[in-house]
Design a protein around this ligand. Structure first.
Ligand code: ADP
Ligand code: ZN
Ligand code: ZN
Length: 757
């Protein structure tokens, strides 16, 4: 390790190194080179360095040079030392980070660190898997031939090492020559051998797999062929295709064919999938189609595994990169195609720190690199649909199920005034029984975990609420506790009412757990599977359940979101959906789209390989115009009406939004602070006459005002043009910097928010 740096003498003109640091300040920091003999040229952009920062030593990334600095020269500190010899990221990534910082109004250093895998944010070498190697020391080259006569093994090793002084041997290579590591350690003690840490291919790594072609490409139908041809014409350029196709229409087959085309050009393909879409089954589908290496990124990997996959992609050692949200940042040596599956999915949006949407970042990357981007979905986002309608994106449509199966039959069960059995109507129970009798599978979808969402005292009206949130606690019976689904607070189940001591405490409403219990009674003799994040923990458990379902025996499934998307269950005929009404009453203007997307996705699980698919929807609102329209024409037929409504109401994607959020433990602080900011902004806007293009709404409390003990407020900014929104955000940031923040206040900016209640 080099000596701790001494600042260069001040009377010599030495260039400075500009460094990005993971800090909340939107600026870079200037440092002197590590020693007087090194210059800024020793620090190429993208190199990791260890630098003093306040009282700490932190990792920095070199972003360039500086001749002069705002900081007086005698106050400048020197770089401690480099972390590794080569830059870990290139100009492309540096440019992407700058774009992210300006688009999402996020501190530029912190934005750059978002592009790095966790392991590279720590001050250790960029080596995923290292091996100990041995090499001759200079001293060893001078020893006499007959040295070590009495230790023949040591002598043999010494001979081997000095034969080629540049060569080095791993422990296992020595073992093969019957020279155990012990011998090398003895030579090291005598100063005759030195150890090196050398990067090695991981022997067994979950994040890099070798694909093996074992399934053939299907004969594409006309619409698939047209979509593939369109992508073929896009290769080598930045163009975007919106691939809209009903569930089961063969979008994945289109992706696979497109990847084939990219690989034939010696390019890499990146595939982004939603959080719960990355099952072993999905990976298997890709691995069984290509004889190439695949890097996989998901939340279950260790930092090391993640780094190994990242480095492999950066060096071009893998041809395919598959991953969830943050995989979009993977450095790639020769990226030629980006695919975003289910591009509308909420899990692409990061809800804290850098509030990016991976779909939008994918498009930014495609643009910067000049490579095509394919956005696929059965329920495309209104943003992408509008882009296609305006001619900015190519458009391809897959209208029918690829297997030739008929679309499922959709009907509503009007549950007004009906007696329900554990939340289920007679009609639903009969349909499930018929399906099971026909030796097929049925599924009940309910978007609520736990046993009962409400614990209520029949005598005094007390209900179990979270002490830290404006929310009710959910009863989880088998776990024997009450849980808050917003802050995860847990508490024991009271045996009597804490307010009036009555024992008449009612457990109201249905969650998956309760339904599961009830179904076992109602359909005794049938296997019932519950699939939610409480019952199925981890990717492995989910994979086991999916395998069981795929065996095709009659089964009854009950579950949440986890069941809703992507799966291709061939024996599933009947889907029952409970509780859609909530989504239709939600005050957020995005709720209708989200509800219809979910309905379409869940319904899309039914009858994928048969002509007996049926979807039954229990509702109090069977005449709701959106439900009616969706029943008649599906999501494809209703999205234009939703888009029209957005146009009429002046909402995104026709306008652009950002949210400034603030929260504090002290009530009122966040709201008062946002009011101050808003007044200052309004004054400034009046001065510059920008009010026609961008407005800043009166700040208000968040829909759930208190969450996890923090009082939350927000201010909505909206503009006709994106540039006007950015101007407004710039002013807002200037105000934020100019005001003293109240102690304990947390602030965040969310550009293109997915939720605004
Ligand atoms: P999506 O991704 O749109 O949900 P998939 O690509 O998973 O659709 O295809 C759904 C089903 O249709 C799969 O079982 C797949 O094997 C089958 N399939 C896809 N394309 C074809 C085709 N051209 N011919 C026959 N079957 C196909
Ligand atoms: Zn009571
Ligand atoms: Zn809570």
């Amino acid at each position: 390790m080099p000596d701790p740096a001494k600042p260069a003498s001040t009377n010599r003109s030495v260039g400075l190194v500009r460094v990005a640091i993971d800090a909340p300040l939107d600026k870079y920091f200037d440092y002197l080179p590590a020693t007087a003999s090194s210059g800024p040229g020793d620090y190429p952009p993208g190199l990791r360095v260890l630098v003093p920062f306040g009282a700490r030593k932190v990792v920095g990334i070199v972003v360039g040079r500086a001749e002069a600095s705002d900081v007086p020269r005698d106050k400048l500190k020197a770089i401690q030392h480099s972390l590794g010899e080569h830059p870990v990221i290139g100009e492309q990534e540096l440019a992407l980070a700058r774009r992210l910082a300006s688009y999402y109004h996020y501190p530029r250093g912190a934005a750059l660190f978002c592009l790095l895998p966790n392991a590279l944010r720590k001050p250790v070498a960029a080596i995923a898997h290292s091996e100990r190697h041995w090499q001759a020391t200079v001293h060893a080259l001078g020893v006499a031939d007959d040295a070590l006569r009495r230790a023949p093994k040591q002598q043999a090793l010494l001979k081997l090492l000095i034969q080629d002084p540049a060569a080095h041997y791993s422990d296992s290579a020595l073992r093969e020559r019957e020279l155990p590591a012990q011998i090398a350690l003895q030579l090291e003690k005598k100063g005759l051998a030195r150890r090196l840490e050398v990067e090695a291919a991981p022997a067994n790594c979950n994040s890099i797999i070798q694909g093996q072609r074992s399934t053939a490409q299907l004969a594409h139908n006309d619409q698939q062929a047209r979509a593939i041809e369109q992508i073929e014409g896009m290769l080598g350029k930045f163009e975007v295709q919106l691939l809209e196709g009903v569930t089961g229409s063969g979008k994945t087959e289109v992706y696979l064919a497109a990847i084939d085309l990219a690989i034939a050009r010696s390019e890499q393909a990146m595939v982004l999938v939603p959080e719960i879409g990355l099952t072993p089954q999905t990976i298997q589908r890709f691995a069984s189609r290509f004889d190439c290496k695949i890097a996989i990124f998901h939340s279950g990997l260790s930092d090391r595994e993640r780094l190994a996959a990242w480095l492999a992609a950066a060096r071009g050692e893998v041809d395919i990169i598959i991953g969830t949200r943050s995989a979009v940042f993977t450095r790639c040596a020769r990226l030629g195609l980006v695919i975003v599956d289910e591009e509308h999915d909420q899990s692409y949006k990061q809800q804290d720190s850098l509030h990016y949407n991976a779909r939008d970042v994918a498009v930014m990357r495609g643009q910067a690199l000049g490579v095509p981007v394919v956005l696929g979905s059965a329920t495309a986002s209104l943003e992408s649909v509008l882009n296609a309608q305006r001619g900015r994106y190519h458009y391809a449509l897959l209208e029918r199920r690829a297997t030739g199966a008929m679309p499922p039959q959709i009907s509503f069960i009007d549950i007004r005034k009906q007696v329900l059995h554990e939340g289920l109507s007679d009609a639903a129970i009969t349909a499930i029984a018929d399906t099971l009798a026909a030796k097929r599978q049925a599924m009940i979808f309910i978007n609520r975990r736990g046993f009962a969402p409400l614990l209520l005292c029949h005598d005094c009206g007390w209900s179990a609420n979270c002490a830290d949130c404006d929310a009710r606690l959910t009863l989880h019976r088998s776990a024997g506790e009450l849980r808050c689904h917003h802050c995860d607070r847990r508490s024991p189940i009271p045996s009597s009412c804490p307010r009036c001591q009555s024992t008449q405490v009612l457990q109201l409403g249905q969650g998956t757990e309760r339904l599961f219990d009830a179904l076992q009674g109602l359909f005794s003799g049938t296997q019932v599977l519950r699939i939610d994040s409480d019952a199925v923990r981890g990717k492995k458990a989910l994979a086991e359940h999916i395998n069981l379902i795929n065996r095709g025996e009659p089964l009854l499934l009950v579950g949440t979101q986890m069941l809703a998307k992507g799966h291709d269950f061939k024996a599933l005929d009947t889907v029952v959906i409970l509780d859609v009404d909530q989504g239709l009453y939600n005050p957020d203007f995005r709720a209708a789209v989200k509800t219809l997307q979910l309905l379409e996705q869940v319904a899309g699980r039914a009858g994928r390989d048969s002509n007996n698919g049926q979807v039954l929807i229990q509702t109090h609102l069977p005449d709701h115009p959106l439900l009616q329209q969706w029943q008649a024409a599906g999501y494809l037929g209703v999205r234009d009406a939703l888009l029209d409504e957005r146009r009429e109401r002046g909402l995104p994607p026709f306008t652009h939004m950002a949210l400034l959020r603030a929260d504090s433990r002290k009530p009122g602080t966040a709201l008062a602070f946002l009011r101050t900011i808003q007044r200052q902004l309004a004054r400034e806007q009046r001065m510059y006459g920008d009010t026609a293009n961008a407005v800043c709404a009166e700040p208000g409390a968040a829909f759930m005002e208190r969450r996890a003990g923090r009082h939350r407020a927000q201010m909505l900014m909206q503009a006709n043009e994106r540039s006007a929104l950015h101007r407004l955000l710039h002013s807002a940031r200037a105000q934020l910097e100019g005001n003293k923040l109240p102690g304990g206040l947390r602030l965040s900016i969310d550009v293109d928010p997915q939720e605004s209640t």
